[in-house]
Ligand binder design. Structure first.
Ligand SMILES: O=C(O)CCC(=O)C(=O)O
Ligand SMILES: [Fe+2]
Length: 343
């Protein structure tokens, strides 16, 4: 990527001024808030999540799970079946889902949307291995994945300190003002869809995150992750989505993240060992305006991968191979099998 031009603007000074927060995010597309979330709660969550990763074989045995020291042989990325298995164990943590409902987050989103807040049921964590940078989240706008309404906000939170070399997010301020979804193409990076750098103008902003620091941005803001360039540390983060009531939410936000990559994972699996009831199916109490998933962008990405694989592109071939390994019964899987057989 082109280098980071500078740090985020810190907006803590306007935290108590809802109109100013709304104006700033409408203008710049993002808000960066130092220490918004409680450091101790995040550290406890970090331990919970990393203990599951240790049990899943992702961390070096005998190390402190909270240090997040990755076992490089276990490395995998979102989209791989190996990733989904451990990820879906992390996803069962009650503490992980509860963190998406913490008051400090919901309160600031309530100011931004000027109303009651719906935290999306589909919470998301990103567990990014080091020395695997071809899988870094590429340049994109969130709307291609999460859809529903443009007025949806992402809250990105590192679970632990996240210095630049561990690969926090970078954004292009004001990029949401294009007010439309840009063209997205096949990518091997997380999410599988990327905007081409040559289609963009504007400067990238990012900086070191300390635990508790929080980035909030609009669904059309162009962003990407920076590569995890550490030798051995896993990057753990949350990116949850929030919106006002009364606007559409896409159907895929009502199911567990990445359950579309498996045959059987559902909320009953997530909830099996929970000790409390209040967050189970909490959204079913509301009359939501649910919109159908739009598959155009992901299908374009897949079709491009097919064409590229036929032309000998190794990344595209790898993409088709990982799709086949998921062993799903769908058209794209059958196409991937056929194409790979001809290579
Ligand atoms: O954490 C990442 O690498 C991806 C996160 C992202 O794209 C988002 O929060 O929207
Ligand atoms: Fe994103």
């Amino acid at each position: 990527m082109s280098r980071v031009a500078g740090p985020f603007r810190v907006s803590n000074d306007i935290l108590d001024d809802p109109a100013a927060l709304r104006e700033r995010i409408a203008d710049e597309g993002y808000l960066f808030l130092r220490g918004l979330q409680d450091k101790d709660k995040l550290r406890a969550l970090r331990r919970d999540m990393l203990e599951v990763m240790m049990a899943g074989g992702w961390l070096v045995a005998g190390t402190d799970p909270s240090d997040g020291i990755a076992s490089i042989e276990a490395r995998c990325a979102e989209g791989d079946v190996e990733y989904t298995g451990v990820y879906h164990d992390v996803y069962k943590l009650e503490s992980f889902h509860r963190s998406g409902h913490w008051d400090e987050i919901v309160d600031v989103i309530a100011k931004i949307v000027d109303g009651h807040v719906l935290p999306h049921p589909s919470k998301i964590a990103r567990l990014w291995f080091p020395q695997y940078t071809e899988h870094t989240t590429p340049i994109h706008q969130d709307f291609v994945h999460f859809q529903g309404s443009y007025d949806t906000y992402t809250v990105w939170t590192p679970v632990g300190d996240c210095p630049i070399e561990l690969g926090p997010l970078a954004v292009i301020p004001r990029s949401h003002k294009i007010d439309t979804v840009m063209e997205h193409h096949f990518s091997l990076g997380a999410g599988s869809l990327a905007i081409h750098e040559e289609d963009l103008s504007g400067e990238w902003l990012s900086n070191d995150f300390e635990v508790g620091d929080t980035l909030i941005f609009h669904s059309l803001v162009v962003h990407q992750a920076l590569p995890n360039d550490t030798e051995d540390r896993i990057r753990v983060s949350l990116d949850n989505r929030y919106q006002a009531f009364g606007i559409p939410i896409a159907e895929q936000m009502l199911i567990p993240h990445l359950s579309n990559l498996t045959k059987t994972y559902g909320w009953e699996d997530v909830y099996r060992n929970w000790e409390t009831e209040d967050l189970k199916y909490y959204w079913k109490d509301y009359d939501l305006d649910v919109s159908e998933k739009i598959t155009t962008w992901s299908q374009t990405g897949f079709d491009e991968a097919v064409e590229l694989a036929k032309q000998g592109d190794e990344r595209a071939r790898h993409q088709l191979e990982r799709i086949v390994k998921r062993d799903l019964d769908d058209e794209n899987t059958r196409t991937a099998v056929e194409v790979l057989a001809t290579l």
